[in-house]
Design a protein around this ligand. Structure first.
Ligand SMILES: [Zn+2]
Ligand SMILES: [Zn+2]
Length: 258
């Protein structure tokens, strides 16, 4: 059994065959998929997906790319959406100083406002941190006393940074890029962090693992990421799949699928 801790099933890349994609995931024993909001519209669509499919859960949030357009009312909406059934976290939220599609100051503002929402609702957070490690760490540290916790999705730092986040109560989520050649940094992280801090994700439709690299990603492909990590760590596939599934359930307060 596997759980995809981070996908974007509402995206248009799945419009023509969403049902089949979700069926294929179930056939591949991917028992749960967390679909992640990036703005108000996608967060609402994520809620709709959770009502249509028993295996889908969702998070609500405004992605740093969309921070420039976010206003006070949008933040209030995120809080309301997050209080619905099967909405299990706030995300994805964070900082992206690589693409810089929104002004950095506005990204920081919208990020911290959503961290406050997560604390007020007692929900875990899904963090996007691209080329913004120092600032992300600084902000999350300042919220640590409030008991804030969550996952660092598509982790892109080194082992040392992973350990720092783990010590702050975060899980490290590894995407399909770990299957690529020349991915030594993320492989080093996947090999060495404690297994009880590790999550698997597809970030579908993006970051497709080998052997499907170049095509659209989908949750059923998470098996390739799990197999690669089992190989890297020298343990069985079953050990990786069951422990990472337990980790997701623990983080998001989900019951373990039978
Ligand atoms: Zn992201
Ligand atoms: Zn994502």
């Amino acid at each position: 059994m596997l759980i995809d801790s981070h996908a974007h099933l509402d995206m248009k890349q799945f419009d023509s065959d969403r049902d089949q994609v979700i069926d294929r995931a179930l056939s591949a024993d991917v028992r749960r998929i967390i679909t992640v909001g990036i703005d108000i519209k996608s967060s609402r669509n994520a809620v709709k997906l959770t009502t249509r499919y028993p295996s889908i859960f969702a998070t609500a949030g405004i992605h740093p790319h969309n921070a420039d357009n976010a206003n006070k009312n949008d933040l209030a909406q995120i809080s309301l959406i997050a209080q619905q059934d099967k909405i299990i976290g706030i995300g994805e939220i964070g900082l992206d100083f690589f693409r810089n599609r929104s002004a950095r100051q506005k990204q920081i503002e919208v990020f911290t406002q959503q961290l406050a929402i997560a604390i007020s609702l007692d929900l875990p957070v899904v963090i996007h941190d691209r080329e913004a490690h120092a600032e992300t760490l600084k902000i999350l540290s300042s919220f640590k006393k409030n008991g804030l916790h969550g996952m660092i999705h598509c982790f892109s730092g080194d082992y040392k940074l992973a350990k720092t986040f783990i010590n702050m109560g975060y899980y490290i989520s590894i995407p399909g890029t770990v299957t690529f050649k020349n991915a030594s940094q993320i492989q080093d992280v996947a090999r060495n962090i404690p297994l009880n801090s590790l999550l698997l994700e597809t970030d579908a439709p993006f970051l497709t693992p080998t052997p499907y690299r170049g095509k659209r990603n989908e949750p059923s492909y998470i098996i390739h990421t799990a197999q690669k990590i089992a190989k890297l760590r020298g343990v069985s596939f079953e050990e990786i799949s069951s422990q990472t599934s337990k980790n997701v359930c623990q983080l998001f307060n989900l019951s373990f699928p039978e």
